[in-house]
Design a protein around this ligand. Structure first.
Ligand code: HPA
Length: 299
């Protein structure tokens, strides 16, 4: 585990690097937008773009997942020309990175004076009413790895950023959620948008049928392999959070085919694939982009 002093020092170096590359209003982005699987098209919304590859920034790790580009894109969004920074591609624990590494961009954003984080992800639908292609605004989460000690705030507390014991009962900003739904109505977007609880599973496997059933029993509405560590670190340093899941597949909760079945169901019935996840993300990304643009513009 890196010492507190080392963590502060590498963050300062990363901040200094960014500031050496970008000057003016763009160097003070108001919002950090994290683009999840297949959603990196969000960065197309930005005008006067300036890109910084992750690998050029001290302390920043590279994204290794296909569909995740691996660069910070600075630019302006909406009619109000709000300066933002977009993470095209995020870092996951399942890639082998520590939580310290996966959440590094959040603290860097804080040092760059960001006030709000918009987090997007692809997720499996656990709630029986959710269909592939729906969206879910996250209003709460279950940090399953965290409950048994795999927690992003484990270790010495970074006092400069926030308290030792961070409350999470209001992690997902009500005002921002209300603003999001107002913008959806205003834009006349038809896609179903639910509110629900995101269940964080570390991955990288998709869930077995019994795991999906367990997650439903525990109160999860959608399941995914990201977002929660970033949200926790964002709340720890006082950033406001808006988080959005795109439901890319419906998780199967029924038991599998039995060896005793006369006509067993197809073995791949309901099987989630990364290709399917990317395809649905692609189809929905225009709606996601429009509402995020409008929400960030009004914030
Ligand atoms: N499970 C976990 N993560 C996911 C899924 C899923 O079914 N779909 C997209 N990301």
């Amino acid at each position: 585990m890196t010492s507190v002093e080392e963590q502060y020092s590498i963050l300062d170096k990363a901040e200094a690097y960014i500031r050496s590359k970008i000057q003016g209003p763009l160097s003070k982005p108001k919002t950090l937008i994290i683009a999840g699987s297949g959603l990196s098209g969000i960065s197309d919304l930005l005008s006067e773009q300036f890109e910084v590859p992750y690998t050029d920034i001290p302390g920043f790790k590279a994204s290794t997942v296909s569909g995740h580009a691996g660069k910070l894109i600075f630019g302006y969004i909406g009619d109000n020309k709000v300066p933002v920074v977009c993470m095209a591609g995020r870092l996951h624990f399942y890639e082998g990175y520590t939580f310290e590494e996966t959440t590094f961009p959040i603290r860097l954003a804080k040092q760059l004076d960001v006030e709000m984080v918009v987090v997007t992800n692809a997720a499996g639908g656990i709630n029986a009413n959710f269909k592939a292609g729906d969206l879910m605004i996250i209003y709460d989460h279950i940090n399953f790895p965290g409950l048994s000690g795999w927690h992003p705030l484990r270790g010495p507390n970074l006092e400069k950023f926030g308290p030792r014991f961070q409350p999470l009962s209001d992690a997902y900003d009500l005002e921002l959620r209300q603003l999001f739904f107002q913008q959806k109505e205003k834009l006349g977007i038809q896609r179903s948008i639910h509110e629900g609880t995101y269940f964080y599973a570390a991955g990288p496997t998709y869930e077995s049928r019994s795991e999906s059933r367990l997650i439903r029993t525990l109160g999860g509405d959608a399941v995914g392999m990201s977002t929660v560590p970033e949200v926790i670190v964002a709340r720890h340093c006082g950033l406001r959070v808006l988080a959005l899941s795109l439901i890319t597949n419906e998780c199967v909760v029924d038991p599998p085919a039995s060896a005793f079945d006369k006509n067993p169901k197809a073995l791949d019935e309901g099987m989630a694939t990364h290709e399917e996840v990317l395809e649905y993300a692609n189809q929905a990304s225009k709606d996601v982009q429009k509402i995020i643009e409008a929400t960030v513009n009004e914030f």
